[in-house]
Design a protein around this ligand. Structure first.
Ligand code: ZN
Length: 321
């Protein structure tokens, strides 16, 4: 096990080989193309040193020798991002057919995590007539929002068509429901609440999407989100083995860079906290052992008890400027 506890800058190696097929992407927050001499986090096999064909098989799932694109910290605005990453077309292909996002956990335990998010939002928001959700997956949060706020209009944007039938059935009866693949296809407007749970660290152009969401929202509308916190204790403890360092995250936020991105996108961050995930203890042991490269069989020694765990995620609420 290779734990470099408390070591903030865990990598000082330059990426020696970058395949020509990966075009350099500017900073998603300030658009700068300036980079520090070294990446802050580098995988054992950096994705940019491989071809698309070699990388695409690793897009889904956790492994101990996780392949990912190197993360650099923008010297101008401080956001941690991948200057080399998939193109829009490649991402559309990769996301169009994926399994659901429960990370192998059962639906009732995953629901407990999601209802915790909605309770956190409900403490800070009075009523919601019109609701938009980015990346609802199978609709566990959507269902909680429906039961908590009883919105009349619901628009769901889920690029993964494979989960649309399950999403529709989980959401059930709503007066006006639309399910589309992309934000540009939404016909509704003046949304009072938009939510994206584990969405904004996946987006190639997060600023554009924050701005589009601001345009489709009513004045004073809320945006609720859950993202990973790259400044969390867990990230500092397990460094490059922190699971959010993966192919699906072209950037990762901390409280400061999230506030800056929201502000540049037309939103003001008003509340931020640590979010809790519920897992069965033996399931989290299995994932943890896998990430650390230890035998899975050890997880049989761990009981199957549902338990709250802080994985270094943050939950936040913003108001439209
Ligand atoms: Zn920047």
């Amino acid at each position: 096990m290779n734990l470099s506890i408390g070591k903030k800058r865990e990598e000082t190696i330059k990426v020696s080989k970058i395949q020509e097929m990966w075009a350099q992407r500017p900073c998603p927050l300030c658009n700068s193309t300036a980079l520090p001499a070294c990446a802050e986090v580098i995988a054992a096999t950096p994705a940019e040193s491989l071809t698309y064909q070699e990388v695409k098989e690793s897009f889904v799932g956790l492994r101990h020798d996780q392949i990912f694109f190197s993360y650099y910290r923008c010297p101008s605005c401080n956001i941690l991002y991948c200057p080399w990453y998939f193109s829009t077309e490649q991402l559309e292909n990769l996301y169009s057919e994926m399994p659901n996002n429960l990370m192998g956990e059962d639906k009732s335990t995953a629901s407990r995590t999601q209802s915790g998010y909605v309770r956190w939002f409900a403490k800070r928001i009075k009523s919601v007539e019109s609701f938009l959700e980015l990346g609802p997956d199978i609709g566990l949060v959507t269902r909680e929002v429906r039961d908590t706020f009883h919105p009349n209009r619901v628009s769901l944007i889920e690029p993964n068509k494979a989960v649309h039938p399950e999403l529709r059935s989980n959401v059930g009866q709503v007066a006006a429901l639309e399910i589309v693949q992309y934000l540009s296809e939404v016909t509704g407007s003046a949304f009072e609440l938009s939510i994206g749970i584990h969405v904004f660290d996946h987006l190639l152009f997060p600023l554009q999407d924050f701005r589009s969401l601001a345009r489709t929202s009513s004045p004073g509308a809320h945006l609720g989100l859950v993202v990973h916190n790259e400044d969390s204790l867990l990230r500092k403890l397990i460094t490059k083995k922190w699971p959010p360092f993966c192919l699906q995250h072209p950037q990762l936020y901390n409280p400061e860079t999230l506030a800056a991105a929201l502000s540049a996108g037309g939103w003001q961050l008003v509340s931020i906290g640590k979010s809790t995930n519920y897992f069965h203890l033996n399931h989290i042991a299995k994932m943890g052992l896998g990430v650390l490269g230890l035998p899975n069989a050890l997880s049989r020694l761990v009981p199957s008890i549902e338990t709250p765990i802080n994985l270094g995620n943050m939950i936040a609420l913003a108001v439209r400027n």
